[in-house]
Design a protein around this ligand. Structure first.
Ligand code: MF3
Ligand code: CO
Length: 274
């Protein structure tokens, strides 16, 4: 069953999402050659708890950490550990917070130091694909509109769209109905109604869309060993359009300004600066 959220519940998910966003900003700033993924995980747990949240991932189906840290050919669900990041790596950080009973879920992929031009292009196009999907979250549309838009953009650049993992509804549980594939047919799937809250999370591969899971039972990697990127936001369908509930202060695609409610507009000073 698809559960629609009240305006009040959406506001609570936004408060959860502000914690997720603030901690993600801290982690993005901490990423550099020489840091380990478990150091980032420790920062994340501290950042979430110090803001009154609970790390949603920790203990979820026995998952042992507060973030997923997936490097290079790792697509998602990499377990933080003693791996030391090196210049040129691509790091995907996925993080979730539970606050006042509501979950927010978000991910970014960031460069470690200087990266190749082709890796930078993969990052850019993956974030653009997510934004194309979010733009479809209009009342009266369908879930299939989202995936169709994501896949169209990624495939136009020759990339592989991961099919085995999908986005999802978000609420009191991290994974609610409906599933949100990153491919699809416009006009098909559940209807988009006010109060529907979804995690849109394209996983885009430089090569083939095919993936496999490592023997740790978690880490998903590309079958061909090529790079992968992942971006994710938690977004509400509202009569005023899509509202990104995990919106950050840095590292967003410029299009997010279209989805920023008046109450969250930046001050005049920071708006002229860019
Ligand atoms: N953000 C991931 C998702 O959307 C959740 C990570 S899985 C976990 O499915 F087990 F680590 F929590
Ligand atoms: Co998710």
């Amino acid at each position: 069953m698809i559960e629609l959220k009240s305006a009040r519940e959406i506001d609570t998910i936004r408060r959860s999402g502000k914690i997720t966003a603030a901690v993600l900003v801290e982690l993005m700033a901490a990423v550099r050659p020489g840091i380990t993924t478990s150091e980032l995980d420790a920062l994340a747990e501290k950042g979430i708890r110090s803001r009154g949240g609970i790390p949603t991932f920790l203990g979820y189906h026995d998952y042992p950490a507060s973030i997923c840290a997936s490097v290079n050919d790792e697509v998602v669900h990499g377990i933080p550990g003693e791996r030391v990041l090196v210049e040129g790596d691509l790091l995907s950080i996925d993080i979730g917070t539970t606050f006042e009973g509501f979950v927010s879920d978000s991910a970014v992929t960031v460069p470690v130091g200087k990266i190749s031009e082709s890796a930078a292009r993969l990052l850019r196009v993956t974030q653009e694909s997510m934004m194309e999907g979010i733009a479809q979250m209009l009342v009266g549309g369908h879930v299939g509109d989202i995936g169709a838009a994501v896949a169209r953009h990624a495939e136009r650049h020759g990339y592989g769209v991961v099919r085995k993992l999908v986005g999802h509804g978000v609420g009191r549980a991290m994974h609610e109905e409906p599933q949100v594939p990153n491919y699809g047919t416009p006009g098909t799937g559940p209807e988009l109604r006010p109060g529907l809250v979804l995690a849109v999370e394209p996983m885009i591969n430089e090569g083939s869309y095919q993936v496999k899971t490592l023997r740790d039972g978690w880490t998903v990697v590309t079958s061909d060993g090529k790079l992968s990127a992942h971006f994710e936001h938690t977004i509400a369908v509202t009569p005023e359009g899509p509202r990104i509930l995990t919106l950050r202060s840095v590292g967003e695609h410029p299009d997010v300004e279209r989805y920023r409610p008046d109450a969250e507009k930046l001050s005049g000073e920071s708006m002229v600066r860019s």
